[in-house]
Design a protein around this ligand. Structure first.
Ligand code: DGI
Ligand code: FE
Ligand code: FE
Length: 192
């Protein structure tokens, strides 16, 4: 299947605004991949697919997760917002037959991040924050960070997420903290 075929498939799975978002993330992922030396075609594909199950009924998402042999942690089970990243990774494996681990992981960790992210995982994580239609408070700062370095952008995105979630008194995934600490430690050591 070509990227265009996947785009048509996504058009049948989500409403127009999210399809637009997915296309924009793919475009931004291509731009970042070229800038930072990640695989451009994988970035485009992971971008178009990253929210594949965001509008899928929760029961179906749980069944995809089960079929992929993934067992949710108690935090993941409670935090329904995290399901689409996990079920999205399951969907592309189980339903689309995608076997590329890096593409699967880019979808799996696009919401939380994790320690030891690959170039492609970082590109998708950041592109989700800086895609053309994003207009939250702080998007300019995030875009500037993305043009400076992947590390700056990861730190900006992760600190934004942690601040936002803790302000709303929501649970924060351990992967998010691990990803944040990893880049924060690198930045602190560089200052010395
Ligand atoms: O799917 P998108 O809307 O494009 O973006 P996303 O996959 O980053 O999802 C963002 C949502 O997920 C937003 O409402 C915040 C939430 N989220 C991200 N990380 C965590 C989280 N929610 C909780 N409770 N814990 C997290 O670690
Ligand atoms: Fe998402
Ligand atoms: Fe998204």
């Amino acid at each position: 299947m070509t990227v265009k075929d996947y785009e048509v498939l996504m058009a049948s799975r989500m409403r127009q605004p999210r399809l637009k978002h997915s296309k924009n993330v793919a475009k931004e992922a291509v731009r970042l991949a070229k800038k930072y030396g990640a695989d451009v075609s994988k970035a485009e594909l992971a971008g178009i697919l990253h929210d594949a199950t965001k509008e899928t009924p929760e029961e179906e998402q749980l069944s995809l997760i089960e079929r992929a042999g993934i067992v949710l942690t108690p935090l993941e089970r409670t935090t329904h917002k995290l399901w689409h990243a996990i079920s999205g990774a399951a969907f592309v494996q189980v339903e689309l037959g995608i076997t590329d681990e890096d593409i699967i992981n880019s979808i799996r960790f696009h919401t939380t991040g994790r320690e030891g992210m690959s170039l492609l995982e970082k590109v998708i994580f950041i592109a989700d924050f800086t895609s053309a239609e994003r207009d939250y408070d702080g998007v300019d700062k995030m875009r500037k960070a993305a043009d400076k370095s992947l590390e700056e952008a990861m730190l900006e995105g992760l600190s934004f997420t942690i601040a936002d979630l803790s302000q709303r008194k929501l649970a924060i995934a351990p992967d998010t903290f691990a990803a944040y600490n990893e880049v924060a430690i690198i930045k602190t050591n560089k200052k010395k």
